[in-house]
Write a protein that binds this ligand. Structure first.
Ligand code: F6R
Length: 241
């Protein structure tokens, strides 16, 4: 696990965007795995700037998002579909037909999950996967538990994740309790993984992860210790607490 510590959120975001830019330049038809949440917003902002000012070309890029809430329509302002369009897709020259996000309104959710994994494989697998991390160590919505899902699955969100995500909703009662999430196996199949974390509230979990001596399903991010190409980019606050 390679660790890069940057002074602040902006520098962390720029580092991540630079890595992605290099990868796109190497392989214009790259398959990117994308995350939502507040952590990658600065990275998306920088990628948009690179597109507008430096001509970074997304026209051949394919993307797969990690997760989506079950039950939210894609036009719901709190859906991850909406988030991705608003924060990123609408501002670059990506072909929307090449962007994939689990459908939280699919009629047969189980079947949809299996098809999502198959589609990732059909597109050649994820070249670079961007991840955030929950304070409880979740990656995507793989929550700490006695077992973890291998493939994309429907998952129950923990109370702590519901509480953390309630900041985006009018009230906690509106936060969905289920999501579709890539499984740990889906994530681990990515050729390269970049995990981002910023701010004091992530310092405990980053400390545990970077200790790097044990893997446990109770710290889902610890599974990444088994992957051969993971870069963790953190700001000083997440690194030092
Ligand atoms: C989002 C996702 C989540 C977030 C995590 C951190 O697609 O999969 O695992 O990365 O909850 O969220 P933020 O960045 O809001 O602290």
């Amino acid at each position: 696990m390679k660790v890069i510590v940057k002074d602040d959120y902006e520098k962390m975001s720029k580092e991540a965007a630079n890595m992605i830019k290099e990868e796109i330049n190497k392989k214009p038809n790259i398959v990117l795995g994308l995350a939502t949440g507040s952590t990658p917003v600065g990275m998306y902002k920088e990628l948009i700037r690179m597109h507008k000012e430096e001509g970074l070309d997304f026209s051949k890029v394919t993307t797969f998002n990690l997760d989506e809430y079950v039950g939210l329509d894609e036009n719901h302002p709190n859906s991850y579909h909406y988030f991705m369009k608003d924060i990123f897709f609408n501002h670059v020259n990506i072909n929307m037909d090449n962007t994939f996000i689990p459908n939280g309104k699919a009629e047969d959710l189980e079947r949809h999950c299996k098809e999502y994994d198959k589609l990732i494989e059909k597109k050649g697998g994820i070249d670079v996967q961007i991840l955030g991390i929950g304070e409880n160590g979740h990656i995507a919505f793989n929550e700490p538990d006695k077992e973890l899902n291998v493939g994309t699955s429907v998952v129950n969100l923990t109370q702590s994740t519901i509480e953390a995500n309630s900041r985006f909703f009018d009230s906690i009662d509106e936060v969905p309790t289920k999501a579709i999430s890539m499984g740990i196996g889906t994530i681990m199949k990515a050729k390269k993984i970049i995990l981002l974390a910023n701010g004091k509230r992530k310092s405990e979990v980053i400390k545990k992860l970077l200790k790097g001596d044990k893997i446990t399903t109770y710290l889902p991010a610890s599974m990444l210790l088994l992957h051969s190409d993971v870069t963790v980019i953190v700001d000083k606050e997440a690194y030092n607490g």
